[in-house]
Design a binder for this molecule. Structure first.
Ligand SMILES: Nc1ncnc2c1ncn2[C@@H]1O[C@H](COP(=O)(O)OP(=O)(O)O)[C@@H](O)[C@H]1O
Ligand SMILES: [Mg+2]
Length: 467
């Protein structure tokens, strides 16, 4: 069988099967054009191949995307059936119709299908659902996340709150030399605010702070590590004290508690023992991160590193997320971006504050869509993310993944991603990704494009000796 002898058949105009020769070079994910009749061209995608035995022809199956009209535009609703129809790998022009029909305008890299390199475009509107970016360490997740954020900065007015554990996004607001002027201007105009701890902050950054006073009662109790049942007396002293004198910042509260009832004094000792007063994160006269995020429709990067107590950054995240939830009826379209999301969305929260945060993120995963609160999460393995969050993700970006177990789990959770394409992820090089779900016109194998802004805040160079 030679290159032009591949033949396809479809009874229902939805799925098709085909036979091809080894020289046809057809692989899962490839886009193909099937000649279904005189002037009738059908665009399809190969989803699976059966390894041939001996010199049997290669067989496989695919899905019909729609038909291409004379002008090359994709008509998704026209899906003729066909028999013994010629099948060929699609060329770049034929893929253009697909992006046109699906409003794919956000070019995030180059798409590899057959031997064609075409632009890989996502639907910016497809971020109105939750997205999971998965790949092993070093596969290029953080870099790719930066590409997505840059494109969203350029092409949307989406409000974004970026939870950045490793200071990877602290330069998101300033473009690299050589970036097209219009892009550099647009990104500059978005006024990305970067909030950081005192130890990491430079003059362009603002302090990352929060208020105790405006936290929800449950979040305050969690910060004090108070359990309503195990710490009955102190918990009671806490709620009655606040009921009496109103919400306070920790300093004022401690002063009042010290001269109060025995229960209140015990609560004061708890606050002292927890070292709460020494937390750098209290806003005092400064604006809080929750104010920065909810104060407009801008983009806020929160660098979560550099604090003395590991509970401080978690508490800030909790206050921000609680405040976004409290204001949900305003329906401001907002993307919550969490790199290394297992830290905040894991299955085993390490503290009460982390538990409250997880509960809120589960709630946003389940109900956030109707309020315009969407998650964009990145992590190394699906099993590290709480299943009630993972199962709510409708977009998948999968980078290199070696573990067959993880690939299988992804297949179960993300039924819309063809299994053979998921399996291909173990051969991905850095920057290669499978994109599938509502934001992708069809599942695509992509090499992500170059960044416009620099990744990382604190790169340390190897000291190389002059020789
Ligand atoms: N597509 C790419 N092009 C160029 N450099 C990349 C690309 N993807 C990743 N890198 C670089 O490789 C390193 C590891 O990538 P990173 O995105 O941090 O991996 P991950 O977050 O998956 O652990 C970083 O220094 C990053 O800048
Ligand atoms: Mg990373």
């Amino acid at each position: 069988m030679t290159a032009n002898e591949a033949r396809a058949e479809s009874r229902d105009g939805r799925g098709f099967t085909f036979r091809a020769g080894p020289d046809d070079g057809v692989a899962p994910g490839d886009m193909v054009v099937i000649t279904a009749g005189e002037g009738v061209r059908v665009l399809g995608q190969v989803v699976d191949l059966v390894e041939p035995v001996g010199d049997e022809p290669l067989t496989g199956s695919g899905v019909v995307i729609g038909s291409l009209d004379a002008a090359g535009a994709l008509q998704r609703s026209t899906r003729p059936s066909f028999r013994h129809a010629a099948l060929e790998l699609a060329v770049a022009a034929e893929l253009g119709g697909l992006h046109g029909a699906s409003a794919g305008t956000m070019v995030i890299g180059s798409w590899r299908t057959g031997d064609v390199g075409a632009d890989a475009s996502l639907r910016a509107g497809g971020f109105n659902r939750h997205t999971f970016l998965c790949g092993q360490s070093g596969s290029g997740k953080t870099y790719a996340l930066g590409v997505l954020l840059e494109r969203l900065l350029l092409q949307t007015d989406l409000r974004m709150a970026v939870f950045d554990p490793n200071a990877d996004f602290v330069h998101l607001g300033s473009t690299l030399p050589g970036v097209a002027e219009a892009d550099a201007r647009r990104i500059g105009e978005r006024n990305v605010r970067v909030l950081r701890s005192d130890s990491t902050r430079t003059e362009n950054d603002e302090p990352l702070r929060m208020r105790f006073r405006t936290m929800t009662r449950q979040a305050q109790a969690a910060t004090l590590q108070l359990d309503p049942i195990h710490d009955q007396d102190e918990y009671n002293a806490f709620i009655s004290f606040l009921a009496q004198i109103g919400n306070q910042e920790v300093g004022a509260m401690l002063l009042g508690l010290r001269s109060g009832t025995p229960g209140q004094q015990s609560l004061a000792r708890r606050m002292e023992n927890l070292g709460l007063l020494e937390w750098e994160v209290w806003a005092r006269d400064l604006p809080s991160a929750a104010d920065a995020v909810t104060g407009g429709t801008g983009v806020t990067v929160m660098d979560l590193g550099g604090f003395g107590d590991p509970s401080e950054p978690i508490a800030v995240c909790l206050e921000v997320v609680d405040e976004l939830w409290a204001q949900r009826d305003r329906r401001v379209p907002t993307l919550l971006v969490i790199d290394e999301a297992h830290n905040l969305c894991g299955t085993e929260p390490a503290s009460q504050v982390a538990e409250r945060l997880l509960d809120r993120l589960i709630q946003i995963a389940a109900e956030g869509r109707k309020y315009g609160l969407w998650l964009l999460l990145s992590s190394q393995r699906p099993s590290k993310i709480h299943p009630q969050i993972l199962s709510q993700c409708d977009n998948l970006m999968l980078m290199r993944m070696n573990s067959p177990d993880d690939i299988e789990e992804l297949g179960r959770t993300f039924g819309f991603a063809p299994k053979a394409m998921l399996r291909a992820s173990n051969g991905f090089v850095q920057g290669e990704a499978l994109l599938a779900g509502g934001f992708a016109p069809v599942p695509m194998l992509v090499q992500v494009r170059e960044r416009l802004t620099r990744q990382g805040g604190s790169d340390v160079a190897v000291p190389i000796l002059d020789t």
